[in-house]
Design a protein around this ligand. Structure first.
Ligand code: CO
Length: 168
């Protein structure tokens, strides 16, 4: 699948809940997993392949998590700041502050309800991908100074994306 890039308005839309685990959704998850692996990503959300459904994958330490209709139940007061990137925002990496630990609930790819506590990189990846379902990108969450420093690159990326969309 093609990964859409910064500047594509679909990345700013809110995704819809999955009502039923149909073959279409199962197929989407398989295709997204291939796409994520091909791009060597640590995560991929359905809106990044142009599908506005509440589905995402994370891949941390070789373990793939498939997540449907996620809910964040709890966030720790303690924060953690680490560098992030995004397959939809190539070439830009910035530090982002996020809760160190979260409690989450979601359905896995078989429809089983999972409730678990995630911390460190697992929590960070989950929150990054969850943001995609809300139309939020990691560059929205960087410090004001950092935002200034990357604004030129972001504008250029958005311009390229818009030109590409025009050609289609
Ligand atoms: Co991302």
């Amino acid at each position: 699948m093609k990964i859409i890039k910064y500047g594509n308005p679909l990345l700013r839309k809110k995704s819809k809940k999955v009502d039923e685990l149909t073959d279409d959704i199962k197929g989407l998850i398989i295709k997204m997993e291939d796409t994520m692996h091909e791009a060597s990503g640590a995560g991929l959300a359905a809106p990044q392949v142009g599908i506005l459904k509440r589905v995402f994958l994370t891949e941390i330490a070789g373990e793939t998590k498939k997540v449907i209709n996620p809910i964040i139940l709890k966030k720790s007061d303690e924060d953690d700041t680490k560098e992030e990137g995004c397959l939809s925002i190539p070439g830009i990496y910035s530090k982002v502050k996020r809760p160190l630990e979260i409690k989450v609930k979601y359905l896995d790819e078989t429809g089983k309800e999972i409730e678990e506590i995630l911390n460190g990189m697992d929590a960070r990846a989950f929150l990054h991908e969850f943001d995609h379902l809300e139309g939020v990108l990691f560059v929205d969450k960087v410090s004001r100074l950092r935002k200034k420093l990357i604004s030129k690159k972001l504008k250029k990326l958005a311009r390229n994306t818009k030109n590409e969309l025009k050609r289609l």
